[in-house]
Design a protein around this ligand. Structure first.
Ligand code: AMP
Ligand code: ZN
Length: 112
């Protein structure tokens, strides 16, 4: 499958890995939008948030918990933001779901 994040998970494309287990893979974003900006992806290919099924609820929770745990390691105790973009209008550019985690700068609302 021609998917960038599947290739990163497989090790075919290098990435700055932060964490991996049997279900998820986390790595630094190549174009960071904050001093801390990493992505948490499921190892299994799921194209968009709309493609999550009933059986994926535990996986989605595990992604969120992984994000929370890594923010502690990366010194984001003052706060952080988790974002998932879905489809074109949501700003999604890579069609393998990923959680953006941003920290160590002040976030603003509403986002662009
Ligand atoms: P999105 O626009 O929500 O689909 O986010 C895709 C993200 O993937 C962007 O923040 C990109 O900077 C990031 N990205 C693209 N290619 C790579 C790569 N090879 N390694 C790490 N992050 C990447
Ligand atoms: Zn994929």
């Amino acid at each position: 499958m021609d998917c960038l994040f599947c290739k990163i998970v497989a090790g075919d494309i290098p990435a700055r890995k932060l964490y991996e287990d049997d279900q998820v893979f986390a790595f630094h974003d190549i174009g960071p939008q904050a001093p801390v900006h990493f992505l948490v992806v499921p190892k299994r290919h799921i194209a968009t948030l709309n493609d999550l099924g009933e059986d994926d609820k535990a996986l989605a929770g595990h992604m969120l918990f992984t994000a929370q745990r890594l923010t502690k390691e990366l010194g984001c105790d003052a706060g952080f933001r988790v974002v998932m973009n879905c489809n074109a209008q949501g700003g999604q550019t890579v069609y393998h779901i990923h959680m953006h985690v941003l920290g160590q700068r002040q976030m603003h609302w509403p986002p662009g």
